[in-house]
Design a protein around this ligand. Structure first.
Ligand code: NAD
Length: 444
């Protein structure tokens, strides 16, 4: 990107500050129309990139993007309206409100694992909030990244939204520009690099990162249901999902039973056509976790019993069809298995015991959580989606995304009489001190 192009985006972002709802909605509607008419192109691009099945592309790439865009169009008016807030008695005569204003030019850096929607959904939030946008999609999914570029060129002027293709070097080049916000989705390791670079210029960031998301199953859980859901969570996208169940913690009384069920489900799908593991590097990384590495090619899912957190599969985010499990006897055993790890993006618990569920939610923080359910929290745009601590910060989806991509500007406006001015002006007489003494108990 040239400095002239960047200056063009900055200029356009300042024009967007004056947007009406209609103008902004019109930009989003172009995207809706494109998504409605290019489903096959998205399916084809993802098939070429990593053999992603059509069904998975529909539910995890196209539907979330289309729903998000339609929802933004229909709620934009209420989101853009200034929000009135109360004014304390001491500031009587003022009106107070919050204006959600655009940040300016936003850089969206996206990963390969859901390469379409993880670029498009943040784009929708950024446009809804009135920003100009640069997208840097993943270099590991070239067909989808090319399609995103085409989509953007067909829907927007190049000084509104543009796509910059390339890998690490391209990101480094882009980060030399004075973006107003960087929205990064990817690994925790790269997130730290991006955050450090942005910190030198005080550029705000949203970091949507990964981590090891635990799934706890207690002795009261419905095992058939839990097994189905856990299996699907590891089947979808060949387990290359940021909110996939990374490892299991099973009550010792049901551990064998549920693993048998998961293994049976997985065996049914061995040898069938499914998504690929994205690269040779990731393939090798996964093989290194296994005693019998050839299982990775033969099996749909490899379950592994381990009683140690130092097992290779317990050291880093797995991001593939390997599922280690540990067992526990009492709820306090869980501390040693979960609290020692970083705060994950998600935490799941399968149980019919509300007290146990409460204990787990209170005891172990995570970005999001599922109770007798997993992954689908992603599909509800009324919920904020994001991490905490090492799994990231900031959140998006629906109105949360609009707010994340905006600046909440506090405005206080003098409307009628102003006792305050007379009180604040020097000299600070004894009488004024008495008035303040009186008022200080009424501050609300
Ligand atoms: P990644 O961190 O390797 O890459 C993400 C983006 O950063 C890509 O566009 C890439 O080109 C760029 N990049 C890579 N190395 C860089 C560097 N050194 N400097 C600057 N830019 C660099 O992540 P990935 O492998 O594409 O995706 C997988 C990771 O993303 C997993 O950890 C997963 O949990 C996480 N993830 C998180 C979410 C979420 O919503 N929280 C969603 C999907 C994936």
């Amino acid at each position: 990107m040239t400095p002239q192009q960047f200056a063009g985006l900055k200029e356009r972002a300042s024009i967007f500050r004056h947007d009406s709802v209609t103008l902004r909605a019109a930009r989003l509607k172009k995207l809706v129309q494109w998504l409605e008419t290019h489903e096959d192109d998205v399916v084809f691009a993802l098939q070429r990139d990593f053999n992603k099945p059509k069904f998975e592309t529909l539910i995890s790439e196209i539907m979330p993007s289309l729903n998000e865009a339609r929802y933004a169009v229909s709620h934009l008016k209420s989101w853009m309206k200034p929000t009135c807030v109360r004014t304390p008695l001491t500031l009587m005569g003022h009106k107070s409100y919050v204006r959600h204003e655009n940040r300016g030019v936003v850089l969206i850096i996206s990963p390969w694992n859901y390469p379409f929607q993880l670029a498009v959904v943040p784009l929708i939030s950024a446009i809804a909030a009135g920003n100009a946008v640069v997208i840097k999609p993943s270099e590991l999914t070239p067909h989808t990244s090319d399609l995103i570029k085409k989509m953007v060129e067909q829907c927007f002027y190049s000084n509104e939204v543009c796509v910059e293709l390339g890998g690490k070097e391209k990101t480094e080049e882009l980060l030399e520009y004075d973006f107003d916000h960087v929205f990064f989705t990817g690994s925790t390791a790269v997130g730290k690099i991006i955050a450090a670079k942005c910190a030198t210029r005080l550029i705000s960031t949203t970091l949507e990162l990964g981590g090891k998301s635990p799934t706890i199953v207690d002795e009261t859980a419905n095992l058939n249901e839990a097994a189905d859901k856990i299996f699907w969570g590891k089947y979808l996208n060949r387990a290359q999902t940021c909110v996939a169940p990374d490892y299991l913690i099973l009550h010792e009384s049901i551990a064998e039973k549920i693993i048998e069920k998961i293994d049976t489900l997985a065996a049914k799908h061995d040898g069938q056509n499914k998504g690929y593991i994205i690269s040779e590097r990731h393939h090798q990384r996964l093989k290194d976790m296994l005693d019998t590495p050839e299982d990775l090619n033969k099996k749909t899912l490899v379950t592994l019993k381990t009683d140690s957190l130092s097992h290779p599969a317990m050291k880093e985010e797995i991001f593939g069809p390997v599922l280690p499990y540990l067992t526990y006897r009492t709820a306090t055993d869980l501390n040693a298995l979960i609290s020692v790890k970083e705060k994950p993006l998600s935490l799941y618990v399968f149980s019919k015991n509300p007290k146990f569920v409460d204990f787990v939610l209170n005891q172990f923080p995570s970005g999001g959580a599922g109770v007798n359910s997993l992954i689908v929290q992603f599909g509800n745009h009324h919920l904020p989606f994001g991490g905490v601590g090492q799994s990231g910060n900031g959140a998006y989806h629906g109105k949360h995304g609009f707010i994340e991509m905006s600046h909440a500007r506090a405005v206080i406006q003098q409307n009628y009489f102003s006792i305050l001015r007379k009180l604040l002006m020097p000299p600070y007489s004894d009488f004024k001190i008495k008035v303040i003494e009186l008022f200080k108990n009424y501050i609300s």
